[in-house]
Design a protein around this ligand. Structure first.
Ligand SMILES: C[S@@+](CC[C@H](N)C(=O)[O-])C[C@H]1O[C@@H](n2cnc3c(N)ncnc32)[C@H](O)[C@@H]1O
Length: 507
């Protein structure tokens, strides 16, 4: 283990994840949903950015914002810088500086409007957590927000000994971590057949099965660090209070909507608790929360009845999938709930024509105007929380943003020729990431290069690398089968994905 890593798994790189909670526009919508005024964003800092894909993508799609991101793993930062260089993204700076030293980094702005840390707080030592609190106390502007995610209690309580069992098994030997993770999983499986711990906690067998199917790289970082601490909400809120921060709401917007997470009786139980922090902690018990994604603000300002409507009115939204593909369901802690057609059909129909602000939708359709503000605001929050409707940036400046996202998306599509790791492209309309898989990226690359026969071009690329197309979990063997499959995927892409990507400024 390298000595800069303070017990953090550093021998294997982290995955190239994209996290929509880090999207500036989405964070502002989470704040608005909670009824607070969102800060204007000019400087954003990400702590522990991993491969830096989210910061890279958001910098390309938000050229008016300066991004600074650090991760002490130099291999990951080299990858992040290479993507920024290939895409010509100049408003992002990546550092390989440890949290404890980051405030001293020359060239770092004095103040940030956002400090974001995703998947960090539970996986570092108490000293590093304190370094983060000190950094926030020094560097967050008044009115600025912090996004923080972490493993939560009580949701993790039953599985904590399972993690310990695997970590202790892996620690019995030295050498590369990946094979030791496989051995630890096999050992846990053997124990699951014998130990009363597993019979007393039946959910764990299911969890173990799920772990076996997950990427070993992901598991290394998620489970096999020296430091690994799930937290009660109140304890993190107390840490944040040290930096003068107040809890605002969940960045995972659907978590804010009681109607889909709590029964009437559960809501009554919670409303009897007047203290906001205790109430939020009790909610974690009620839904057995495992992972929290929270927004805190230094000096939060509540909207009043009129300003909250103005803020929703002005916000534009866009669909990220075809209108007919939007499920009329939403999933909360209570399970799946139906979206009422009289509320959601007119909204989705309005967005089918392209991005529109709430005000534009209300003017265009009386059914929307007649919904009334409480229902309208809740419906837009549920739609944006479901991930199929995205808050958008103002139309002003879109051409400028599009020039930047075109270059970024070209760099990502070029990587798709040899890699499956980057699964999002940047939208100049939303300022965030839109899922596009490797084949979609390859087809887009062909389209941009005016390739006359995208199927032949993609197939020759795969052949060159001895790669096969996988269908229903099995690699296709013959050329004829592969070409038929690729033709079908291209047709499906052109019919369903392309029109949406065009509306989002990606194609
Ligand atoms: C679980 S990963 C999360 C990465 C990224 N935020 C994501 O969610 O994809 C944690 C990251 O924190 C970085 N890290 C851990 N301790 C650190 C420290 N003391 N200073 C800087 N980076 C650190 C690791 O290198 C790793 O990339």
């Amino acid at each position: 283990m390298a000595d800069w890593s303070s017990g953090y798994v550093s021998e294997i790189d982290y995955t190239h994840g994209y996290y929509s909670e880090l999207c500036p526009g989405r964070a502002q919508t989470a704040v608005l949903t909670a009824g607070y005024k969102a800060p204007a964003l000019t400087r954003i800092c990400e702590l522990g950015c991993g491969q830096g894909f989210s910061s890279n993508l958001h910098a390309a799609a938000n050229p008016g914002i300066e991004f600074h991101a650090t991760d002490f793993n130099p291999g990951q930062i080299a990858n992040a810088r290479a993507l920024a260089a290939d895409a010509g993204t100049h408003n992002v700076t990546f550092y390989d500086t440890a949290f404890a030293d980051f405030a001293e980094e020359p060239g770092l702005p004095d103040q940030f409007d956002v400090i974001a840390l995703h998947g960090i707080y539970s996986w570092i030592s108490p000293e590093n957590r304190q370094a983060i609190i000190d950094f926030i106390a020094e560097k967050l502007a008044i009115g600025g927000l912090v996004y923080i995610s972490y493993n939560a209690l009580p949701g993790w309580a039953a599985a904590m000994p399972l993690r310990r069992l695997m970590v202790d098994h892996a620690a019995r030997s030295n050498g590369p971590i990946l094979p030791r993770i496989g051995e630890a999983l096999d050992f846990a499986d053997k124990m699951a057949g014998q130990a009363k711990y597993f019979t007393a906690n039946p959910v764990l067998k299911e969890r173990l099965e799920k772990l076996k199917g997950q990427s070993r790289h992901y598991l290394a970082h998620e489970y096999f660090n020296r430091d690994w601490t799930p937290f009660y909400f109140a304890d993190v809120a107390a840490d944040m209070a040290e930096a003068k921060l107040s809890f605002v709401g969940s960045a995972h917007i659907v978590d804010q909507i009681d109607a889909i997470n709590l029964t009437k009786d559960q809501q009554a139980l919670l409303s009897a608790e007047p203290d906001r922090i205790r109430r939020e902690g009790l909610k974690d018990f009620i839904i057995n929360q495992q992972f929290r994604r929270d927004v805190y603000i230094k000096g939060p300002q509540k909207h009043d009845l009129l300003s909250v409507r103005d803020a929703w009115s002005a916000t534009r939204f866009a669909l990220s999938i075809g209108r007919d593909d939007v499920p009329m369901k939403v999933t909360g802690a209570l399970g799946e709930a139906d979206l009422q057609p009289d509320v959601y059909t007119p909204l989705l129909d309005a967005l089918a024509n392209g991005p529109a602000s709430v005000d534009q939708m209300m003017r265009a359709d009386k059914k929307i105007a007649d919904l009334g503000w409480p229902r309208l605001m809740q419906a837009m929050a549920i739609l944006s929380g479901s991930g199929n409707v995205h808050p958008c940036l103002p139309a002003n400046g879109e051409a400028d943003r599009a020039a930047r996202t075109r270059a970024f998306n070209a760099a990502v599509c070029a990587r798709a020729k040899t890699s499956t790791s980057l699964n999002y492209l940047a939208s100049p309309v939303t300022g965030g990431g839109i899922p596009v898989d490797r084949f979609g990226q390859l087809f887009l690359g062909c389209r941009q290069a005016d390739e006359p026969d995208p199927v032949a071009s993609v197939w020759s690329l795969l052949k060159l690398q001895n790669q096969r197309v996988v269908k229903d979990g099995k690699p296709l063997q013959s050329e004829a089968e592969t070409v038929t499959e690729l033709k079908q995927r291209l047709a499906e892409f052109e019919e369903n994905r392309l029109p949406v990507l065009m509306k989002l400024g990606i194609a």
